[in-house]
Design a protein around this ligand. Structure first.
Ligand code: ZN
Length: 269
């Protein structure tokens, strides 16, 4: 503890050499700070292929409202590329293009959690999303890792967890079977559609604890558009043309998911 005043305290942590990520998480009930140190990439758990039962009942459903969440913003730049361009600028450009495409080509209502360079806590993102009663929630990010060889895009889904009794937020573990199943379908379709349009490798659907998806009351995924810590990925990610391609790829993925639901290709548990 470096400084304590009425109203605030300043904490300093000195950590030895680490091969992983460090995250500081603020939680409201009870008030606490969590320092999460992990030795593996946060999203490094490949999810086995999702199996559908062939005799499940099939009812067409509609997708009308989509919430896109440009990762980071304001005082939180996210990963910073070698050229100095922060993740927060890339995610916003991608989200704006995806919104435009979804509105024009699909006629959907699309809401962004932020349209400017503003800070939003992870919990606030799900809260904004839930207000819109979305059918789809997509959080958009770029990856960063210590090993510059790691590259590619991926689609993240919440890791299955026991409900946290101390948390005031609805947890993934308490969600409906349908939301869970729809999330996995959405992730698979997004991955496929993005793979058809992007010239970078595909790292698959991955399960992790994504803070901004925790409270989302809708099928919700976390898209990593590539690694800013990898030279080849980064050279594309900082390019406005590639950002537009990413936006279109995400929009087409959501469109394909919408089509799958509308045509009754997706089970309705
Ligand atoms: Zn991010």
């Amino acid at each position: 503890v470096a400084a304590q005043e009425p109203g605030f305290a300043e904490l300093t942590f000195r950590l030895g050499p680490l091969g992983g990520t460090v995250e500081l998480l603020a939680r409201a009930a009870p008030p606490r700070l969590l320092l999460a140190v992990s030795e593996t990439p946060p999203d490094d758990v490949p999810l086995p292929a999702f199996e559908r039962s062939p005799e499940a009942r099939v009812t067409p459903r509609a997708v009308r409202v989509v919430v896109l969440d440009p990762g980071h913003g304001g005082s939180d730049p996210g990963v910073i590329s070698a050229s100095g361009l922060p993740e927060k600028d890339i995610t916003l450009a991608v989200a704006l293009r995806a919104k435009e495409r979804l509105e024009e080509a699909q006629g959907l209502r699309v809401v962004l959690t932020r349209e400017q360079d503003t800070f939003l806590a992870p919990e606030a993102r799900a809260e904004i999303a839930n207000r819109e009663r979305p059918d789809v929630f997509v959080s958009i990010h770029c990856n960063g890792w210590f090993d510059p060889g790691l590259r590619g895009f991926s689609v993240g889904v919440p890791r299955s967890e026991e409900p946290d009794a101390a948390s005031e937020l609805p947890r993934w573990g308490t969600r409906t079977v349908r939301d869970r199943r729809d999330t996995e379908t959405l992730a698979e379709i997004l991955l496929r559609e993005m793979g058809e349009r992007l010239p970078i490798p595909d790292r698959g659907v991955r399960a992790a604890a994504y803070a901004e998806l925790e409270g989302a009351a809708a099928p919700a995924v976390h898209v990593e558009c590539g690694f800013l810590s990898n030279r080849e990925d980064a050279s594309r990610l900082v390019d406005p043309e590639f950002q537009a391609t990413l936006g279109v790829a995400i929009a087409e993925g959501v469109g394909a998911y919408r089509h799958a639901l509308a045509s009754g290709e997706v089970d309705s548990p």
